[in-house]
Design a protein around this ligand. Structure first.
Ligand code: ADP
Ligand code: MG
Length: 450
């Protein structure tokens, strides 16, 4: 494995390099250290690394370095299995490209209105990130011209196949120039992935990095619980840990609802994330977890896999994962980037090392409440809203301190703003008459438990 301790020794352009230190990326992660030199040489790469290992920047820097911003043709195509993932990849590439003027990136994802995507595509894009069905459709309708694509990325390729996207992927690939770089990333390497690689890649270099969790960083515990006691056991775990944020995994959508409902009744701050929720609600649940206006997210694997949920202190396997890889993925939500994390699994067998619910020490007092509250503004990027506008209005007009504001999430049509729990009165008072670029602010309702 090629190892290097800084980005400086790589043939990256000065704007890309400067931006990296601005982002706090002082040294490459192991997958970046191993894959980036090969990617920058133009090689096809078959990469495997655990979630949260920095794969996006590994391919993102590669494709940005190869891009010619002066030519408004689609030069890079990134295919992701689900919309949330595509949006996170798009956001990360935009962050990495901050210092390069006029880079146009368009996301083409299912479950979203087609019209705005078509409008964006007509305006042109250097980079397209999306899900297979929608990308294939745009190629078919000749809204996406792919004859200039130099780099193709398949992110979470195992999941693309699991979700039955093989056909669409092949349809897209057939439309691409043969002379291109193909980067394939996958958390697992079943035979199907090796077959896909043989079909799509030329003399690929395999890069496999640390597929197991770093020992000692995540402390995993198993707790014995009879099926009918699981909710009570979960509550004891949460009351022992009193987490400011946590992810609880359930096997089914109904399970998510039941668990979330029970926790809510007990006074926990909780939201759900599962595949049958509206996209908007899924996005909002993730925003709330990230901006700390909800403490516990109860999720199914389908909805949560591959998402960049940042450093959570606690993951709970309420229902067991049905295979070890999924277990690893779930647990990988905690203890990222060297931080300490803890994972609990409820198990229905007693064995040495398995705790019993009585070993847990629930702390007295009410469940932790979120540090922040979310407000909603019905205006976003399309209305030229920028985080700076919001901070400005809040500090200059509403009388808040900058520290009273948390994450500001500006999406295309709406914005979610996190405020320190305690200042919502001030915000509401201002909002009675105050506007930002003509847009109103109101407390966000929910989270609903679906
Ligand atoms: P993966 O796709 O492998 O699951 P991501 O690309 O989503 O992982 O990266 C996980 C997190 O690590 C992101 O929040 C990203 O901003 C951060 N990250 C990536 N590269 C670096 C780096 N070199 N230094 C610090 N943080 C990084
Ligand atoms: Mg990723």
């Amino acid at each position: 494995m090629n190892s290097l301790s800084s980005f400086d020794s790589l043939p990256l352009s000065p704007p890309l390099l400067e931006n990296l230190s601005g982002l706090g990326y002082h040294e490459p992660t192991p997958i970046q250290a191993a894959a980036l030199p090969l990617i920058l040489e133009g090689k096809d790469v078959l990469g495997q690394a655990k979630t949260g290992s920095g794969k996006t920047a590994a391919f993102g820097l590669g494709l940005l370095q190869g891009l010619n911003p002066d030519v408004l043709e689609t030069q890079a195509l990134v295919i992701c299995p689900v919309r949330e993932l595509a949006e996170q990849v798009a956001a990360e590439i935009r962050r990495l490209a901050r210092n390069i003027p006029n880079i146009k990136l368009v996301t083409l994802c299912g479950g979203m209105p087609g019209r705005p995507q078509e409008v964006s595509m007509r305006a042109g894009a250097h980079i397209v990130v999306g899900t297979p069905g929608r990308i294939a459709k745009h190629i078919r309708k000749e809204l996406l011209q792919v004859s200039a694509v130099r780099t193709l990325v398949l992110d979470e390729a195992d999941r693309l196949l699991d979700m039955g996207f093989a056909e669409e992927v092949m349809e897209i690939v057939k439309a691409l120039p043969r002379n291109r770089q193909t980067l394939l990333f996958s958390a697992t390497f079943p035979e199907e992935i090796r077959t896909l690689s043989r079909k799509l890649q030329k003399n690929p270099e395999s890069v496999i990095v640390d597929t197991t969790l770093a020992p000692g960083i995540v402390e995993e515990r198993e707790v014995y619980s009879k099926a009918q006691d699981k909710l009570r056991t979960l509550s004891r775990i949460l009351r022992q840990e009193m987490p400011e944020s946590a992810l609880v995994f359930c096997a089914t959508r109904q399970g998510c609802r039941d668990v979330a409902g029970a926790l809510n009744t007990e006074g926990f701050s909780v939201a759900t994330l599962h595949g049958e929720m509206e996209q908007r609600d899924r996005t909002d649940a993730l925003i709330r977890l990230a901006n700390r206006s909800v403490c516990i997210l109860v999720a199914t694997d389908v909805a949560a896999r591959g998402l960049d949920i940042e450093d959570l202190p606690l993951v709970i396997h309420f229902d067991p994962a049905n295979d070890p890889e999924i277990h690893l993925h779930r647990t990988g939500r905690t203890g990222r980037a060297g931080r300490k994390g803890r994972a609990y699994a409820l198990v229905e067998r007693r064995a040495p090392g398995v705790l019993s619910p009585e070993d847990l020490k629930p702390r007295p007092g009410s469940p932790p409440q979120p540090a922040m509250v979310s407000f909603l503004m019905n205006g976003g990027k399309k209305d030229k809203i920028r985080p700076g506008d919001i901070v400005g209005a809040m500090v200059n007009e509403a009388g808040l301190n900058a520290e009273d504001l948390g994450k500001i999430h500006v999406s295309d049509t709406y914005t979610v703003i996190a405020f320190r729990n305690g200042v919502q009165r001030k915000v509401q008072k201002w909002a009675a008459a105050g506007r930002i670029k003509g847009k109103r602010l109101s407390p966000m309702t929910g989270p609903s438990l679906f």
